[in-house]
Design a protein around this ligand. Sequence first.
Ligand SMILES: Cc1cc2nc3c(=O)[nH]c(=O)nc-3n(C[C@H](O)[C@H](O)[C@H](O)COP(=O)(O)O)c2cc1C
Length: 272
Amino acid sequence: MSELLKTIKGRKSVRTFDGKPLSTEHRAQLEEIARSITNPFGVPVRFVLLDAKEHGLSSPVLSGDTLYAAGIVPKGPHAEEAYGYAFEKLVLCAWSLGIGTTWIGGTMKRELFERAAGLAEGEMMPCVTPLGYPAKNRSLRETLMRKGVGADSRLPAEKLFFDGHWDAPLAPEKQAAMADLIEMVRWAPSAVNKQPWRIIVTDQGCHFYEKKDKGFVSDKTGDLQRIDVGIALCHFVMGLEEQGRQPEVVTSDPGLPVPEGVEYVATVRVPE
Ligand SMILES: Cc1cc2nc3c(=O)[nH]c(=O)nc-3n(C[C@H](O)[C@H](O)[C@H](O)COP(=O)(O)O)c2cc1C
């Protein structure tokens, strides 16, 4: 299994921490990584580390949390997909260092975090994540939460990847040719584990869409499910890069027919 796929499949949301602060070295490494993260949409996403005690921050789903990262993005075109892409890079880097995270877009006192993060006019802070070392055992609350959203399973490839048009699941031989990439997309985290990403594979590129559910859009968060698609896109692009390819991400809707409630997000092209 590729290193990246190992990281992606091994990562789980961590809601129960051991209560120890991050080592000075880990904190410095994460700060450095956060500063260097880019995304294909050219939208600036910045991160602020916030001490839980200093700012009185907590979340009802977490225990042993000591530090948070808040991600901030200017409102505007492609804000959400850029955000999902950039934030997920931080999540994967943290995991490779043995640091647990959980995307949190709902279960927190948002105003407290926004104030602590110094959110400015025209910006939004859709999500935060705790940063810390996983405790040996999950809390009962965390175990129940994971069960509630089926956090250990994902939709099969046939429901996510399509062959040229919406009604044709990607044939098994085509799936085999991109098996690792498919797994990387499948195992992306998403709000309430809804997995709203859909991909139509064509000769021109892989077109990423959002299959929208109700209740994920607000002024404070933007469209959380578009963030989810940014996360899946991040896994796909990182997977291609790991294979030594040079993927390009473009936003040019091919105009393929899709059902109502499905929105085009971006296309990944891989020059031969
Ligand atoms: C955009 C986004 C928002 C999320 N918001 C929350 C949240 O508010 N509270 C929470 O406990 N988990 C939240 N999650 C975590 C998901 O529930 C979790 O990723 C999903 O159930 C899959 O589990 P896994 O991350 O362990 O693979 C969020 C995830 C994403 C991507």
